[in-house]
Design a protein around this ligand. Structure first.
Ligand SMILES: C[S@@+](CC[C@H](N)C(=O)[O-])C[C@H]1O[C@@H](n2cnc3c(N)ncnc32)[C@H](O)[C@@H]1O
Length: 197
């Protein structure tokens, strides 16, 4: 049997990802958005972590961080956000060491910035390096959420690399899901994995 077993997804993958994350992220949690992009995931995480929580939001493009900042205007009911301009492959240079083993969620929404420069995409080697670091930062019972897009150059290769990485790290996860919409050519894939306690 292939692991994680593919499950048909209906509706938008981003909504499904948020529904899954909502089951994990609680008020006061510290979480990571490793690809802030236009800030939709950052804003979602900030709402769920609440005023006593914190979000570390990272992107390699300054244009993305500017867009994400607008989407995630600070509010009294949302978590504080630390914006990080940089490559998530170098996560450990940017996140405090004290957070190792303490993140409740790490979110990777891969690919390029919608409405931005489509030639700047996440890539298999740096994504896998970042996932490895994110796993170290995750708390026991925390969740890793990765959305892979396969339609752009390098996307299919990146998805295969992420899936292989998850399989190699299988012993580190208590459970995992792989959601794939049907009836689409090269559909995006949502991978969710809960870190072993
Ligand atoms: C699909 S978008 C993210 C969407 C975003 N989460 C949202 O809610 O709007 C992918 C983002 O990954 C960023 N990215 C690409 N390579 C990266 C890297 N090595 N490190 C960090 N971010 C990267 C891109 O700049 C782009 O903004």
């Amino acid at each position: 049997m292939s692991w994680p077993e593919p499950v048909e997804a209906t509706g938008r993958l981003t909504e499904l990802a948020h529904a899954r994350l909502a089951a994990y992220v609680r008020t006061g949690d510290t979480v990571l958005d490793a690809t802030a992009g236009n800030g939709h995931d950052t804003a979602f995480l900030a709402r769920h972590a609440g005023p006593s929580g914190h979000v570390y939001a990272m992107d390699i493009q300054k244009a993305a961080l500017e867009s994400a900042r607008k989407q995630s205007a600070p509010g009294t009911r949302a978590a504080g956000i630390t914006w990080i301009a940089g490559d998530h492959a170098r996560l450990i240079e940017h996140l405090p060491r004290a957070l190792v083993g303490n993140l409740r969620a790490a979110v990777f929404n891969l690919g390029y910035l919608p409405g931005g420069d489509h030639s700047v995409t996440t890539r298999a080697p740096s994504t896998c390096a970042a996932l490895e670091s994110a796993l170290a930062y995750l708390a026991a019972g925390g969740v890793l959420c990765v959305t892979c897009y396969r339609g752009h150059p390098g996307g299919e290769e990146e998805y295969s690399a992420v899936l292989e990485w998850m399989k190699r790290r299988r012993h580190r996860f208590a459970r995992a899901w792989r959601h794939i919409p049907q009836n689409r050519r090269l559909p995006p894939v949502l991978l969710i994995a809960e870190k072993q306690a």
